[in-house]
Ligand binder design. Structure first.
Ligand code: THU
Length: 129
């Protein structure tokens, strides 16, 4: 699967996001160590802290189907006003749990070019047990 195809999967699932409160839709798509693709979108809740991020949904789907490592994760969200949606701090740590040095994190907003990061760039000196 190409980066463009993975971004397309994230863009498609982004349409399913449940965001009545923020109106900020995010989609995430992972390709795992078995070559399988898993997607997630953000799901908000009237009790705000109970909402979940797109990356968390995609990671849960990966783990539930036996994936162990994130080879690439594409995140699509944001727009002209906010810029592209880079993973929040909590999601950087969630990604870290299933990442290695080769893991790629691809970020894209509505219209602009996309950027690729390593986890070390987004979460330097990260916590591990
Ligand atoms: N959000 C994500 O889904 N992923 C992130 O990495 C950042 C934020 C969601 C949470 C909330 O539903 C909305 O974006 C606005 O914060």
């Amino acid at each position: 699967m190409t980066d463009e195809e993975l971004l397309d999967a994230a863009r498609t699932v982004r349409e399913m996001a449940y965001t009545p409160y923020s109106k900020f839709r995010v989609g995430a798509a992972i390709i795992d160590d078995h070559g399988n693709v898993h997607v997630g979108c953000n799901v908000e809740n009237a009790a705000y802290p109970q909402g979940s991020c797109a990356e968390a949904g995609a990671i849960s789907a990966m783990v539930a189907s036996g994936g162990q490592r994130i080879v690439t994760i594409a995140v699509v969200g944001g727009g002209e006003k906010t810029g592209a949606c880079t993973p929040c701090g909590g999601c950087r740590q969630r990604i870290s749990e299933f990442a290695d040095e080769a893991t790629r994190i691809i970020i894209k907003d509505n219209d602009n070019e996309w950027h690729t990061y390593s986890l070390a760039e987004l979460l330097p000196s990260s916590f591990h047990l």
